[in-house]
Design a protein around this ligand. Structure first.
Ligand SMILES: Cc1cc2nc3c(=O)[nH]c(=O)nc-3n(C[C@H](O)[C@H](O)[C@H](O)COP(=O)(O)O)c2cc1C
Length: 192
């Protein structure tokens, strides 16, 4: 299974770098729990993992973090992890601490296998919400605007908007607004 998470890695200057990324659950050869991350080149997450081989996976309820990272809003409060020299998100409902076990290099999308060292819960999971799921799907579309045909993006956003209109709260509306600004900027660029 692949979970959409917020990955925190350590920058060259020691600061925290935050990026939304799919994290696939895997079992390592010795039977331990692990995670597979596959960053597309070029990627700051990839460079950070090569330099400092650890990361935290952060499970959040506030989808503005997904939309924010893709629209230039990457600064969210962090605190130190317990077992690794890496930050985690202060608002995470739960987080996992991982170290890189093995890397399979690839010119397009290297595969980082990480070992789970620790996990902690910080707040209860408040339940599913369709608007949050819609924002995450829209964020994925925004991360691929340069690859996808504009009419496909428009159709998919129209469908996602239905769930947003029916079930969003203020955070989801704000996150959606940031994403739609990015879509509008991209359309302007295509017209210019
Ligand atoms: C829900 C979600 C999942 C994503 N999963 C991946 C992924 O698995 N690999 C990847 O390279 N980019 C993924 N992206 C896009 C990255 O978040 C985006 O390209 C970001 O800028 C990563 O670049 P960085 O490592 O340079 O920060 C995802 C985006 C979203 C919204």
């Amino acid at each position: 299974m692949i979970r959409e998470t917020l990955v925190v890695t350590r920058r060259a200057d020691g600061g925290a770098h935050l990026a939304p990324m799919g994290a696939q659950s895997v079992i390592l050869p010795d039977g331990a729990e692990g995670v597979l991350l596959q960053p597309f080149r070029p990627s700051a997450t990839l460079e950070n993992l090569q330099r400092w081989p650890c990361a935290t996976l952060n499970h959040v309820d506030d989808v503005r973090l997904f939309a924010g990272c893709l629209t230039g809003r990457r600064e969210w409060p962090t605190c130190e992890a317990r077992r690794i020299a890496c930050a985690r998100l202060a608002c995470a409902l739960a987080h996992e601490e991982l170290e890189v076990e093995r890397v399979e290099d690839d010119p397009q999308r290297p595969r980082f296998f990480l070992r789970l060292l620790a996990r902690a819960n910080h707040a209860p999971f408040p339940g599913f919400n369709r608007a949050k799921a819609a924002v995450i799907e829209a964020a994925i579309l925004v991360s691929r605007l340069h690859l996808l045909p504009p009419d496909k993006v428009a159709r998919e956003l129209d469908a996602l908007r239905i769930a947003l209109d029916k079930t969003a709260g203020a955070e989801e509306e704000e996150a959606w607004g940031w994403l739609m600004e990015a879509v509008a900027r991209h359309r302007e660029k295509l017209r210019a």
